[in-house]
Design a protein around this ligand. Structure first.
Ligand code: FE
Ligand code: FE
Ligand code: ZN
Length: 280
């Protein structure tokens, strides 16, 4: 099955998000679990969640890919910021249990001058404190562009974090096409090799979701500026090869392109037209 959708505003709640996505002919989506800058989360409305779950079942929606706030930094130098990261992760993971069995994606963090080795240790420490064997949600580490002191700039860093986490059966990876391109992985000329490297370093069984974005900047620019599909340096042809790669078959593809609903509907239609794998 081809699961395609976009990051949508959380306004209106779960059913409203599902209906917006269905209106664009999508069948999966991402959303911020709270204000992206990290404010207090809205109370969960259980009736709204139940209505959404029915709707999603009828529509044949795939797994959701919730997104943690940007301000969450599990490897911050200041202890109060790491306490904030722990609290948000714990609370968001509790909230995710209202929609069981989905994904929760977060940016590993920025080591802010402490060095990548310290960053890895601190991120793993926070994950060891918040992940539990009983949770149904898989937490995804996002591949990052390596802007500033951002962690997750290569597959090895993500592997090093995963290796240090005890309950790592609850950990996966979300590959962002703009971020890996900006980090220096040439998915335009060498998609097979990049995915082989991912398999060797992390294991493709950990790859749970794709953020499908074009990039405003060239390979290895370490910038992280998303472009619309076909309007960036990656290009539509290469992104069509991504959705059709057999190693990625069945994963949710989430657009985080700078669009409105009409723009996303167009991108979803374009990608569906160009999806060549069996849609059974
Ligand atoms: Fe992200
Ligand atoms: Fe992303
Ligand atoms: Zn980005």
């Amino acid at each position: 099955m081809f699961y395609i959708g976009n990051h949508t505003s959380s306004s209106g709640g779960y059913l409203a998000m599902g209906k917006r996505i269905a209106g664009e002919k999508g069948n999966t989506f991402a959303f911020f679990t709270r204000n992206p800058r990290g404010g207090k989360a809205k109370e969960i409305d259980e009736k709204d969640v139940a209505a959404y779950l029915d709707f999603a079942r009828e529509q044949g929606f795939g797994k959701l890919v919730a997104h943690a706030p940007y301000t969450l930094n599990a490897c911050a130098a200041k202890e109060n910021l790491r306490e904030f990261a722990r609290n948000i992760l714990r609370e968001d993971l509790q909230r995710m249990e209202y929609t069981p069995g989905n994904y929760y994606n977060f940016h590993p963090g920025s080591h802010v001058g402490q060095g990548a080795d310290v960053g890895i240790e601190k991120i793993a420490e926070v994950l060891n404190e918040v992940l539990t064997p009983a949770q149904s949600t898989i937490v995804l580490l996002e591949t990052m562009s390596g802007k500033g002191s951002e962690m997750g700039r290569d597959f090895q860093e993500l592997r090093a974090i995963i290796d240090r986490v005890e309950v790592n059966e609850k950990l996966g990876v979300c590959l962002d096409t703009c971020h890996v391109w900006d980090a220096g992985y040439d998915i335009v000329e060498h998609l097979d090799e990049v995915l082989e490297e991912f398999d060797q370093v992390i294991g493709l069984d950990r790859l749970k979701a794709i953020h499908l974005n074009d990039s405003m900047n060239p390979l290895a620019s370490h910038k992280d500026r998303h472009a619309k599909i076909g309007e960036g340096k990656i290009g539509a042809e290469a992104l069509v090869r991504v959705i059709n790669h057999p190693a990625l078959n069945g994963l949710p593809f989430i657009l985080e392109t700078p669009n409105d609903e009409e723009g996303w509907a167009k991108e979803i239609a374009f990608l569906k037209e160009n999806y060549k794998l069996s849609n059974a």
